[in-house]
Design a binder for this molecule. Structure first.
Ligand code: URA
Length: 278
């Protein structure tokens, strides 16, 4: 193994270790970059770095989402793109900013989902212009119990997707359309998604991600307003206001059907290419 390869392997091992240790307290101690506002309720374990990483070498990583394959390590770019880091600003509906938004979510009774929830799942991660904000459908059992998004089986795959993109979970923000677990993990009903959307919209507008990734049809439909499925919406860059966005398959779909991995990886590469070009 030559020196470069050895460095790549060490970087990959370290990235994986960080993700494997990413239980509630373990990341809380990582340093926040200057200006990264953080609160326990909203951003309990973020350590945003906003440090862009070059993309994977896809010729050598045909299936970077495969469970058994270590993530492809990347070298930091010599000229990383510079981004304006925006500190979340309150929106008119939520003058208290993200804190108020999270508190309104915690006490929300706008739809029937509140009746069966253990915890609301507001979202977590970097709140100062994260490189990517992932939006899923809604909490499952693990998320309902912990109050954290994407910590179950889908979350573990999402973590691998993030590492394969050359990012760290804490470089991203992760949220859902609905903040309470639907009973039997059903797809949220239109009235449930509709009741929760003002929260997600405010979250996006305060956090100002550089890129949005809608995971699955529920997120795609709620954000774009389109009724089309993922197959029709994926593969191109949409815009949510001035934020570029891609739609791709939900990690749970990839766990059910490995055929979705390749198109998903193609979509994520689009995100990486755009982030690199900025
Ligand atoms: N699926 C989602 O859509 N969101 C989560 O947080 C977990 C699983």
């Amino acid at each position: 193994m030559d020196e470069t390869m050895a460095r790549h392997v060490a970087e990959a091992a370290s990235a994986l270790r960080r993700i494997l240790l990413a239980e509630s307290g373990d990341l809380a101690g990582l340093p926040c970059p200057p200006g990264a506002a953080r609160t326990a309720a909203i951003d309990s374990r973020a350590a945003p770095s906003n440090r862009p990483q070059p993309a994977a070498d896809t010729r050598r990583a045909p299936d970077p989402l495969r469970e058994t394959r270590p993530p492809v390590a990347r070298q930091p770019s010599a000229n990383p793109p510079q981004h304006q880091i925006a500190i979340p600003q309150p929106s008119p509906e939520f003058p208290g900013g993200l804190e108020e938004l999270a508190s309104r979510v915690r006490s929300c009774t706008l739809c029937s989902l509140h009746e069966s929830r253990t915890n609301t799942v507001f979202g977590e991660g970097c709140i100062t212009t994260p490189q990517v904000m992932f939006v899923g459908e809604g909490p499952g059992a693990d998320e309902d119990l912990t109050g954290r998004p994407f910590v179950g089986a889908s979350g573990q795959l999402l973590d691998r997707m993030i590492v394969a993109m050359g990012l760290r979970r804490e470089d991203c923000y992760i949220a859902n359309v609905v903040k309470c677990r639907p009973p039997h993990d059903a797809t949220p009903l239109p009235n449930q998604a509709g009741a929760c959307m003002p929260f997600l919209r405010a979250q996006i507008s305060m956090i100002k991600p550089q890129f949005l990734v809608a995971l699955g049809a529920s997120a795609a439909n709620a954000i774009t307003g389109s009724q089309d499925g993922v197959a029709r919406l994926r593969g191109r860059i949409h815009r949510y206001g001035d934020i570029p966005m891609v739609v791709t398959y939900h990690p749970a779909a990839l766990l059910r059907n490995a055929d979705y991995k390749r198109p998903t990886w193609t979509d994520l590469q689009m995100v990486m290419a755009r982030l690199r070009s900025e």
